[in-house]
Ligand binder design. Structure first.
Ligand code: NI
Length: 252
């Protein structure tokens, strides 16, 4: 958590203008690499996406759930071959490829699967783990939820990530995402008022192990900070060398 604040203050001071911080503190549990990614979409981009989605046809979400997750999945989603889903997939991939924090913490090789989901009152997605392999050939290392509807327009609908000793729940501002290891058990609590629209996605990372992603993120943050204060010093060169050599060693 400390390091993520440091990253925002030193590496990306643009956070001062972050519209995702209205109600939600920047937080992360870096030991498991659960990271909030602010500002993936601007408010006007979210408004445009919600407008398009409101005119689209949604289907039962059970259609894309694994055989056991189907038991607990109760939501709706855009059909994967809907032209709107295809266009929004490209738009989301582009936004995430331009987001420095997402790149630094997730290290995406391929953002291979995206779903556009809608939960109305009474809908939920019970505890489950995501499929390890998706779309025929991609591994899921990182899952993310990109919140679209503002949290003040619905109640319930928290994304809850279950840990060994405690749970963390998230209801972020629209346009902001939470990225977390696909290996976790997680759920979406029932909606009690309004409706919750979100983009959920799965990523194969260049770095499979979250602990290794954490080491790379911290080294990257440290070297960027040194570069900001000292320029291209010997210390910067040595940390850069270690970081890039670990990346060579671990990337797959
Ligand atoms: Ni899931």
């Amino acid at each position: 958590m400390v390091y993520l604040r440091f990253w925002h203050s030193v590496i990306a001071p643009v956070i001062a203008e972050c519209y995702c911080k209205k109600n939600v503190a920047i937080q992360a549990n870096l030991s498991s690499m659960i990271v909030e990614i602010p500002n993936v979409f601007t408010p006007s981009a979210v408004e445009d996406i919600l407008d398009k989605l409101s005119k689209a046809e949604f289907i039962d979400g059970k259609k894309t759930a694994g055989w056991n997750a189907r038991e607990v999945k109760n939501n709706q989603q855009l059909k994967a071959d809907d032209p709107l889903a295809i266009a929004l997939k490209t738009q989301t991939q582009t936004a995430l490829s331009q987001n420095a924090l997402f790149q630094a913490t997730v290290r995406p090789k391929e953002i291979h699967t995206l779903l556009f989901s809608r939960y109305e009152v009474g809908m939920s997605y019970g505890t489950h783990t995501d499929n390890a392999m998706m779309a025929g050939r991609w591994r899921s290392d990182v899952s993310f939820t990109l919140f679209l509807t503002p949290p003040e327009t619905y109640t319930g609908g928290e994304l809850v990530i279950e840990g060994q000793s405690h749970e963390q729940s998230f209801r972020l501002e629209s346009g902001c995402a939470i990225a977390y290891p696909s290996s976790t058990l997680h759920r979406v609590d029932p909606i009690t008022a309004g409706s919750r629209w979100a983009i959920v996605g799965w990523v194969q990372s260049w770095i499979r192990d979250p602990a290794n992603r954490e080491i790379l993120f911290e080294l990257d943050t440290a070297r960027r900070s040194i570069f900001n204060s000292q320029g291209k010093s010997t210390e910067f060169d040595l940390i850069s060398k270690s970081m890039t050599n670990l990346l060579r060693r671990w990337s797959e």
